[in-house]
Design a protein around this ligand. Structure first.
Ligand code: PRP
Length: 208
């Protein structure tokens, strides 16, 4: 899958296992999700463009770097909120937009209920945050909206992905790289990622 980067190392694998384990409670789930989000942010960071400039150290002038583009984080409510704090710690000057989408449990189609992003995203790097890429309907709809707002440089950060969702992203937004910490087997008949980790939003916020 050419648009996909699997973010994996022994620490991430250990944490993905904690996330999958049904006996993991919300505090431990949130902590593991934060750690994996750091790893994903660092991996995305490898591709971020820089501008070189002169910086005066206490001793002399040397070459320094700053980010070329304003970074805009866009969590998909609700579950995407769980990735914001890690990304903001890595990128403290990022702006944060929000997209509210809820998957209809019968049709699996995303229903939108909230949008608030910076007005013009043309020059930004826009990073969509959503722990789960299942059918891909939510991510595809989110990028459609973000592109209407001018977004040109886009990335999707998720924790766990189904092949169906990666393929849909590949078809609908082929230029958007997808970063995930796990690529699972398939969706089941209810649109749940298998073997998966259940519903990231419910497990993060304890709303069972
Ligand atoms: C989940 C998840 C994604 C979406 C993925 O959200 O957080 O946003 O489903 O599914 P898709 O790829 O098939 O669109 P959910 O609707 O459960 O809402 P929540 O975040 O409020 O729990």
């Amino acid at each position: 899958m050419k648009n996909l980067t699997l973010v994996s190392n022994p620490l991430v694998k250990r944490d993905v296992t904690i996330l999958r384990d049904k006996t993991t409670g919300s505090p431990e789930f949130r902590a593991a999700l934060n750690r994996v989000s750091y790893a994903i942010a660092i991996e995305i960071g490898k591709g971020i463009e820089l501008i070189e400039f002169d910086v005066q150290t206490p001793l002399e002038i040397t070459k320094g770097h700053k980010l070329k583009r304003q970074i805009v984080l866009v969590p998909v409510l609700r579950a995407g909120l769980s990735m914001v704090s890690s990304f903001l710690e890595m990128i403290p000057d990022a702006k944060v937009g929000h997209i509210g989408l809820q998957r209809d449990e019968k049709t699996l189609e995303p229903i939108d209920y909230y949008y608030k992003t910076p007005k013009n995203l043309v020059d930004s790097l826009t990073i969509l945050l959503d722990p789960m890429l299942a059918t891909g309907g939510s991510a595809v709809a989110s990028f459609k909206y973000l592109k209407q707002k001018g977004a040109k440089n886009c990335v999707l950060a998720c924790l766990i992905a189904a092949p169906e969702g990666v393929e849909k992203m590949n078809n609908e937004h082929p230029e958007v790289p997808v970063f995930t910490a796990a690529l699972d087997r398939q969706l089941n008949e209810h649109g749940f990622i298998m073997p998966g980790l259940g519903d990231a939003g419910d497990r993060t916020f304890g709303t069972f």
